[in-house]
Write a protein that binds this ligand. Structure first.
Ligand SMILES: Cc1cc2nc3c(=O)[nH]c(=O)nc-3n(C[C@H](O)[C@H](O)[C@H](O)COP(=O)(O)O)c2cc1C
Length: 414
């Protein structure tokens, strides 16, 4: 991500000690893929940027994937699935388009030589497997057009659904420029206040964000997704977004890539260590969406509150800490129309190269089908009627927020 008005390099609190490349990844990569890590590393040495820091630090967070809110959710087992793997239909409808697969590569890279190389590989993998992909923040190219090719490479490598990405500090005209830069089918507007606050060179004034999102959504010629960046969404945030022209929201919750930790590691004195773990988890964010939906729309009809506040229901996308096809299935069963994956796919690419990422996506496709078969769910609609037991920290937090857990455990009987 990028900040609004601050240049990429003006960062007085930044650590002088950061390396530019992916040494740990290239050192740990299996021999056949060392060449790929080396290629990315060489590109990083040619031009340093904040985006390279983000890739290096995020990649190290995914070397061992941690426990997160998805581990608090389990499907109730049924011994008689009554269906066959050939019955499974994984397609989903997102922003008026048909996606053959319900998971995709979420926003990450572009804006430097190294991340241009990564973007080309991510898009190649997306194209080869038929999944959608989002660009990383395009602010760098909006400021410096010589960086445009590091984003345009996305469209050069995929014919599939492609999503542009900006933050709310750009003008509506710049947002439209970002869409055109990569011939995108939709636009993500990232809301990353938690990251900006800890980022040495980050934004410190968020007063115009709501007005800016309105202007962007009014102006751009593609649907707008308002997305978090790994800090999740509260009920208040979701309620607000339901009054905007956002066509979709991506709750992008905590549990995977943690940008407070990343930005803190970029500070000379790492003063914000105690902020690690800030935000709403992905699972809790999805429960927040369901609560707001129920409050505002009741039985699919706008309630008085919905009608008075001109609420419209955006589509819901989940991301943040998605590590396995089981996490994808849980997020879909909790109401997500699609599921974004960033850190895990980035780490797979750096460790195993483009072919390794393609193989991983193919594995996820097969295994998501297997899990849905076991659950007797032919489609995403049927998956959303399966029974879930929610325990642990997620259950405790839900209870404090007044969210009923029993509803999730008894969905198949209603
Ligand atoms: C290296 C890296 C760079 C990212 N850059 C952006 C960005 O430019 N714009 C954005 O909206 N999100 C960005 N994100 C956030 C992801 O899209 C996602 O919301 C977050 O990482 C949580 O998902 P994860 O746990 O699967 O990584 C970035 C993530 C990573 C790992």
């Amino acid at each position: 991500m990028s900040t609004g008005n601050t240049p990429e390099h003006a960062d007085p609190a930044m650590s002088p000690a950061h390396a530019t490349g992916l040494q740990s990844a290239s050192a740990s990569a299996a021999a056949p893929h060392a060449a790929y890590a080396d290629q990315v590393h060489r590109a990083a040495q040619q031009s340093y940027s904040r985006k390279d820091d983000h890739v290096r630090l995020a990649n190290s967070q995914h070397e061992a994937e941690n426990r997160n809110s998805f581990d608090d959710v389990r499907f109730i087992h049924n011994s008689f699935p009554d269906i066959a793997v050939t019955d499974i239909d994984l397609h989903t409808d997102v922003l008026g388009a048909r996606w053959e697969l319900p998971f995709y590569i979420n926003a990450m890279t572009g804006g430097s030589k190294q991340t241009g190389v990564l973007n080309a590989s991510l898009a190649e993998a997306a194209n080869a497997t038929g999944i959608s992909i989002a660009s990383g923040s395009q602010h760098a190219a909006l400021r410096d057009s010589s960086l445009t090719p590091t984003f345009a490479t996305l469209r050069e490598h995929t014919r599939g659904f492609l999503i542009a990405n900006v933050g709310p500090s750009v003008t509506a005209a710049q947002a439209q420029q970002a869409v055109e830069m990569i011939d995108a089918d939709a636009l993500q507007v990232h809301v990353n206040a938690a990251q900006e606050i800890v980022m040495p060179e980050g934004d410190r004034d968020f007063r115009d964000w709501k007005a800016s999102i309105d202007a962007i959504a009014e102006t751009v010629q593609v649907p707008v997704i308002v997305k978090e960046v790994g800090f999740g969404m509260s009920q208040a945030t979701i309620r607000y977004l339901y009054t905007t022209k956002a066509a979709a929201i991506d709750v992008s919750g905590k549990g995977g890539t943690d940008f407070i930790t990343i930005e803190n590691q970029r500070r000379k004195r790492s003063e914000f260590s105690y902020m690690t773990g800030w935000g709403e988890s992905t699972v809790l964010s999805l429960m927040n969406v369901a609560t707001v939906d129920n409050d505002i729309f009741g039985q699919n009809r706008p309630t008085q509150e919905g009608a008075e506040r001109h609420c419209s229901k955006p589509q819901v996308i989940a991301s943040g800490g998605v590590r396995t096809p089981l996490d994808v299935a849980i997020a879909l069963s909790m109401g997500a129309q699609a599921v974004g994956v960033s850190g895990h796919f980035l780490h797979t690419l750096i460790a195993s190269g483009t072919e390794g990422l393609i193989a991983e996506i193919e594995r996820w496709k097969q295994q998501l089908g297997s899990i849905m078969t076991l659950l007797g769910a032919r489609s995403l609609t049927e998956l959303s009627r399966t029974d879930l037991v929610i325990t642990g920290e997620t259950a405790q937090e839900a209870e404090v927020l007044g969210i009923s857990l029993k509803g999730y455990a008894n969905r198949s009987v209603h």
